[in-house]
Every structure is written in C-alpha cells, then in structure tokens.
Design a protein around this ligand. Structure first.
Ligand code: CA
Length: 519
C-alpha cells in the first residue's frame, strides 16, 4: 500500500520532486574573529591557508563584506535573522538571543531542508538552538581543549551533555564529518553550519602547531606604534592595545586551564624555553611591544592553521562523496580582527580590519571560478540568500537582500551603495565607545554619541588608507560631509533606527579599571 502511494505521488508530481532533490545543499563554515588579513586568498603576506583559498579559487571572493555590529553574539544573531541588532534585540554579548523569533534555519526547515549546526553557537545556553534538526554546540565560548558540548539529536530541544578530550577545532571537524556521513537524510537537501571557536582569544594553538613559526619573524603593521594623542577621546580611551592590554594567558605565560596532564606536558615543552628566554631578557618599552606582537600573531596564526585543516577535510569529503557538485560552500567569520593595526587586537570599531569580514563562496555551475566582487554586501544578506537558494522568498521584515544575483555575476542596478553600522557594547570589555556610521567603500562618517562623548569623524580611504586622519573639520570635505550626513540620516530612517539605546548590560558598579584589568 505504501509503495503504491509513493509511486502514485511520484507520478503525479514529478517536476516538484525533481526540483526538490536538485535544490543545492548549503555548507556554512563560520569561524570566530578570523581576520581577512590572515587568509592568503586575501593577503598572502602573513600566512598560507591553502584549503580556505580553494573556495576563492573555485568560487567568489568578496572584497567588501561589511558587518553591522562587530562583536560575536550580536553578529551571529544578525546571520540567524537577517536583521539589524535593534530589530533582533541582541545588541551586546551580555544580552540573551530570543530564539523564538523568526530565523532562516526555521524557514529552511519549513521549505524541506534538513538543518544542522555543529560547534560554537554563542547565542545563549538558556535554550537549545531552534530551527535545527540536529545541533551539537559548545557551551558558551567553549574552551580550546577538552570541550563539553550540548547535543540535541532530534532537534526537539532536549540537550544531552557530552564531554570530549582533544583539541576543539579538530573535534568540531570530526563532528561535522560524522553528521555528513551518518546523520543526514540523503534524500533531502541540507543546510549545515559548522562553526569554529578558533581563532578567538586566547588564541591557543593545537598540539600539532605549538611550535609552527618558531623560527619566523613577522613584519609589523605600519601602525603598531600609533600615537593616539591627536585622535578622538574614543580612541585614546580604549583598552585593546598589544603593548598594554594582553594578559598572561594571552601571552602564554599561563597555559589553558583545563589541559590533561599529557596535554600540559606538550604545551609546557613548547613554551617553556621561549618564555624563560624572554623573561631573562627583561624587555621594556618598544622591544617588549615588538615581542608581544610576535607572540600574539604567531599564536593567532597557529590557531588558524587547524581551522584551515578542518576546511580541507570537509572539502575532501564533499569531493569524495560526490556532494561537492550540488553544494554551496561558504567560508566566513563573525567579524574581522586587528592584527596589530593601530596597535590593537580585538574588533568592535567601524574601521576596515573589524568592519570587513572574509566571505568566500563556492557554488559549482553558478559562481564563476576565481571571481572577485567589490559590491557592498553584509552578513545581513546571508539569511535572504539561503532562502533564495532554497527557492523561498525572504520575508519582507528582513533587512538583508539575496546575494544570488551577485553570485550569478549580475549585480542589480539598484544594489546598495552604502552601509549602516552600529556598535553598542559600552561600557564593556576593551572600552570601545558606542558609535554608528555610514560607509560607502571610500568614505566613512562616524558618530561617537554617548552622554559624555559627542564626536564625529570622517575617514577617506583613498587619502588615508590607514584611517588615522579625521577630515571632519577639513573645509575641502564640506560637500562630502554634507552628503554623508544626509546618507546616514536616510539609512537610519530606512532601518527604523531610533535614538533610544539599549541599557548598559554590565554591572553598573564596575569601573573602567575593572574593564581594563579584570579579564
Ligand atoms: Ca567573534
């Protein structure tokens, strides 16, 4: 009886069934704080990422993928919802993401996709990820070694805690392949999010790469020793300087806290002699900063080496299984990161290194291999794009737009020429002031706007690519300034941004000093 029903359904609806089986799969590879400067497809001067680079060589590399709020949790909420922070309600890392709201995985599920998320979620532990047939996620930020995960095997909200021993990037890679091999239903298209913890602070390398780059000296960024004295109050007061704000764990004088005795032995063997040598040298001033930069950049890039391996394993499996041909593969990060530019680590600002996130897309048969795109796109667009891929119209309340036409090589004439940005987390870690602004690929108009700070800045990337000069009061920029003011006003109206900010989410008793030193 069942067979007859199935047969007759197939006879009645052949085109629908064929169409459904041909819809492409989506593999979304998401890392945390991966600067585009540390992907060789963008800039080969620092490190080599051969596996991630494959996606650029076989697909499209985006030059201007601008985040909307350069901080982890909030930017993940933007990806899930296709909406700005002030619409999805997740402004700052300390907020809770309301998982009951509309998200693209829920809509893909309804459209017949099988959905899964593996790895870092970072949108709260108060409830299991919604909209997924399968989830296995790290608790909170998750450690670099020996993570505990929460697995919801049926997508019913029932999470089981599982403890692993090993390096988290490798474990996430294994869990991803396990789901592809055994977890998914081969008769349905799927959307898989594989989300790494690396290379987030404290940049703890895996056992395989602890001594990679030991014999290498990395070139310092031009602005490593930036002088903030002529810059705005907002710049002078931050707490994200390589010379001052890295702690003992960042600098590997203290190992990760949860290593097994064997892991600790390997770790100590890798760092002990290097640490003793530098402590004996009693470095001060510029020499100390130089050493701290080398230590920072090497550990950051070592952490990325394992992410690149994970991407390689995944791409190999897609090839071997025959899935590659009908699978869109994306590599991106929740935002960019400073690798010593302006003397900084971390993110948050509207300046290039933290505004721009890497974004590579391989889609065989649709995206022309080896293309580079300069349109202004955003993680805000991902939700609408994935729905479009699945043949679904994005809901009107999403702020982002489908990137499918751009991926097909035909950017619509009315595609956005400017982008609205808004950062809220102050007071908070690293003491970056709240600001919003507009960027158009060349100019930026930025407003630091709190009760005690009211500062405007105008950046011109052509005249000043390092973003150190404020042209706001330069009379030659009067027209540009006027236009940018009009544009930011228009965008705020378009996206219904109000002057009402979210309340501070940290303990109001905390002082600046605590944010500087309690890490
Ligand atoms: Ca992040």
């Amino acid at each position: 009886m069942t067979m007859i029903r199935t047969l007759s359904l197939a006879l009645l609806l052949p085109s629908l069934l064929v169409a459904a089986s041909e819809r492409p799969n989506i593999v979304f590879i998401f890392s945390d704080d991966h600067a585009y400067q540390a992907i060789s497809a963008y800039d080969g001067s620092l490190n080599q990422t051969p596996h991630i680079d494959r996606l650029a060589a076989e697909g499209m590399r985006f030059e201007r993928c601008y985040v909307t709020n350069s901080i982890c949790g909030p930017q993940r909420a933007v990806v899930q919802t296709g909406k700005y922070s002030h619409k999805n309600g997740f402004f700052q890392n300390q907020n809770h993401f309301d998982g009951n709201q509309q998200t693209f995985p829920k809509l893909l599920q309804k459209a017949g996709y099988q959905t899964a998320v593996v790895g870092k979620w970072h949108l709260g532990e108060h409830m299991a990820p919604q909209g997924f047939d399968y989830s296995e996620v790290l608790v909170g930020q998750g450690p670099y070694y020996n993570p505990t995960t929460l697995r919801d095997a049926q997508g019913a909200g029932d999470q089981k805690e599982i403890e692993y021993t090993g390096y988290t990037t490798d474990i996430i890679s294994d869990l991803t392949l396990d789901w592809l091999k055994e977890g998914r239903d081969p008769d349905r298209p799927f959307m898989l999010m594989t989300q790494h913890k690396a290379p987030h602070r404290n940049w703890a390398p895996g056992p395989k790469y602890l001594t990679l780059y030991d014999d290498r000296h990395f070139p310092e960024p031009e602005t490593l020793f930036e002088d903030y004295s002529r810059r705005l109050h907002a710049h002078q007061n931050q707490a994200m300087q390589i010379d001052r704000d890295l702690n003992a764990r960042d600098l590997k004088f203290v190992p990760p806290e949860n290593l097994t005795p064997e892991q600790l032995k390997t770790w100590t063997n890798a760092y002990r002699n290097k640490n003793e040598a530098v402590l004996n040298a009693r470095l001060e001033g510029i020499e100390k900063t130089r050493w701290q930069y080398q230590r920072y950049i090497k550990d950051y890039l070592r952490s990325i080496a394992s992410v690149d391996d994970a991407v390689g394993e995944l791409l190999d499996y897609l090839d071997e299984s025959g899935l590659a041909e009908n699978t869109i593969v994306i590599y991106t990060s929740d935002q960019g990161f400073y690798l010593g530019e302006h003397g900084w680590f971390d993110k948050r600002w509207i300046y290039e290194e933290s505004l721009k996130t890497p974004f590579l897309v391989r889609w065989p048969g649709t995206v022309k291999a080896g293309t580079v795109n300069g349109d202004i796109v955003s993680p805000l667009d991902f939700a609408a794009t994935f729905l479009d891929v699945a043949g679904q119209k994005a809901p009107d309340d999403m702020d982002g737009k489908s990137l499918v036409p751009i991926l097909q090589g035909r950017t619509p004439d009315d595609w956005r020429k400017s982008h609205y940005y808004h950062y809220y987390e102050y007071p908070g870690w690293h003491l970056v002031r709240r600001h919003y602004g507009v960027v158009d690929g060349r100019y930026k108009l930025i407003h630091f706007y709190e009760d005690d700070v009211d500062e405007w800045e105008l950046i011109d990337l052509v005249a000043d690519p390092l973003e150190q000069i404020n042209f706001y009061n330069d009379p030659t920029y009067a027209e540009v300034k006027k236009d940018l003011h009009a544009e930011v006003k228009r965008l705020r109206r378009q996206f219904s941004v109000t002057d009402k900010d979210p309340p501070e989410s940290f303990n109001p008793e905390w002082t600046e000093a605590q944010f500087r030193f309690f890490k």
